[in-house]
Write a protein of this length. Structure first.
Ligand code: OGA
Ligand code: MN
Length: 208
């Protein structure tokens, strides 16, 4: 495929994520990252978990920093900007390219990003929340990609997105699915998967 066609194909994906966000409050796509990259990222995540390199995240920043398993039970590992891991490089290339598209077409002024791996052990959850902290308004957009092979609705583990009038949209964390929404507007919640661990990469496009 020519470079031009490849660019066009990505732009169609970006456009559809943006249109979803504008029209229904969130965008969903399954082809932001190719399957090989998804598998490699899953392998990385499981290796980090097995090596004991993942820790509970704080909730909020600075003065309101706290670790509270009543609110949030996942363990995370931040992806380093100077990573040389091939799959993480592909992920960050794609994020930069999406940011470039957003800034060019929507004047979003994004100038930074942060992403982490997340491991939810069976039964763990993240209660209803917004992604933008009171003490850190830099997060503009949330972008979550799932890494779970063969996920069934009966496994649970859905992301519930709360829209206007408390209409709730349930999205299951199937491998390769990416969800995109505004960090300061969309309340959302991760439900427990009672019998399975749940793997994702969650991240934020920021203006700092
Ligand atoms: C988060 C989050 C959603 C998910 O990490 O802030 O809401 O489905 N993650 O993993
Ligand atoms: Mn969140």
């Amino acid at each position: 495929m020519s470079e031009e066609n490849l660019t066009g194909q990505y732009e169609e994906t970006y456009e559809s994520l943006i249109e979803g966000l504008l029209n229904q409050g969130f965008g969903v796509r399954h082809n932001l990252l190719d399957e090989t990259t998804i598998v490699a990222l899953r392998t990385n995540l499981l290796a980090h978990y097995a090596a004991g390199e993942m820790y509970p995240a704080g909730i909020g920043r600075k003065f309101d920093f706290q670790q509270n398993a009543e609110v949030r039970g996942d363990v995370i590992k931040w992806i380093e900007k100077d990573s040389t891991d091939p799959a993480e490089l592909i992920l960050m290339d794609k994020i930069r390219s999406f940011i470039e598209y957003l800034n060019r077409t929507c004047y979003t002024g994004i100038n930074d990003f942060e992403f982490h791996y997340a491991y939810y052990k069976p039964g763990s959850f993240y209660k209803r929340h917004l992604d933008q902290f009171k003490s850190d308004r830099g997060r503009l957009f949330s972008l979550v990609t799932y890494l779970n092979d063969d996920w069934q609705e009966s496994d649970g583990g859905n992301l519930s997105i709360y829209l206007k009038d408390d209409i709730k949209e349930d999205l299951y964390p199937i491998a390769g699915r990416t969800v995109f929404f505004k960090s300061d507007e969309i309340e959302h919640e991760v439900y427990a998967a009672p019998n399975r661990f749940r793997l994702s990469i969650a991240g934020w496009l920021k203006r700092v």
